[in-house]
Design a protein around this ligand. Structure first.
Ligand code: BTN
Length: 239
């Protein structure tokens, strides 16, 4: 299926823009890229540090959203599938931190924000936002230390990254919509930074991480036994 590609110099947020369009009845399959975002959003109501923020002065990032109609399903594994497509397209050293962060060397390199809007019939319009740091000269003041793609791909530019990522990403999303998360599980395990580590969840549970289940839920071996976690924030517990 064809996708419109739209590249604009500045937007508040590529996710916000596609969600607005969906609310106005526009459900076209699109890849929307913004060279700058003035109000980029992250999960849990956070903002997404971009070059507009003093904390990351001089930083450059690639920010885009893919919008498309998908049949209703269990979305829980989608952000893992998106992350997997991104890291596999870019570099063997990139890892994923459940549920939606791209990691390099124990630091966050990028994030994924997925939102859905009412679509057509029982289809939902799904907006998949991806933000990747290209350079991160000064991550002081960020909530967590950040990593950048140029650490592993020296000098790489945004269009090149986009070119490498988009096709595999679209394929992965379409495949996920037919099969769900199960066929991606083994590949995810290879990139999973949490597997085998002691983790602390925002809901208070903690234990050794045992990877993810067939729906993409995080498995944690707690004092009460093996629990599957679908929505919590998880951090690696310092040794
Ligand atoms: C996170 O780390 O919590 C998710 C960050 C997602 C950032 C991307 S940048 C493109 C798209 N537009 C947004 O406003 N957010 C996503």
């Amino acid at each position: 299926p064809g996708f419109t590609v739209e590249i604009v110099p500045e937007l508040d947020s590529t996710n916000s823009e596609l969600m607005r369009r969906a609310r106005n009845g526009l459900f076209e399959p699109i890849l929307l890229v913004a060279e700058r975002q003035t109000a980029g959003r992250g999960r849990l109501g956070r903002d997404w540090a971009s070059d507009t923020q003093p904390a990351a002065a001089g930083a450059a990032s690639l920010t885009f959203s893919l919008g498309l109609l998908l049949a209703p399903q269990d979305w829980s594994g989608l952000s893992l599938v998106v992350g997997l497509a991104v890291v596999e397209a870019l570099h063997p050293g990139l890892q994923l931190k459940w549920p939606n962060d791209v990691w390099l060397d124990e630091r966050k390199l990028g994030g994924i924000l997925i939102e859905t809007a009412t679509g057509v019939g029982d289809m939902r319009y799904v907006v998949i936002g991806v933000g990747l740091n290209l350079t991160m000269p000064d991550s002081q003041g960020l909530r967590t230390p950040a990593a950048a793609l140029r650490e592993v791909l020296p000098g790489v530019e945004a269009p090149t990254v986009l070119e490498r990522v988009v096709r595999p990403l679209v394929h992965a999303v379409q495949r996920f919509s037919e099969t769900g998360f199960v066929p991606f599980r083994a590949a995810f395990a290879k990139r999973d930074v949490l597997q085998g580590r002691d983790v602390l969840c925002s809901d208070g549970q903690s234990g050794a991480c045992r990877g993810v289940d067939g729906r993409g839920a995080l498995l944690v071996h707690t004092a009460e036994g093996l629990v599957s976690i679908t929505s919590a924030e998880v951090s690696v517990r310092p040794a």
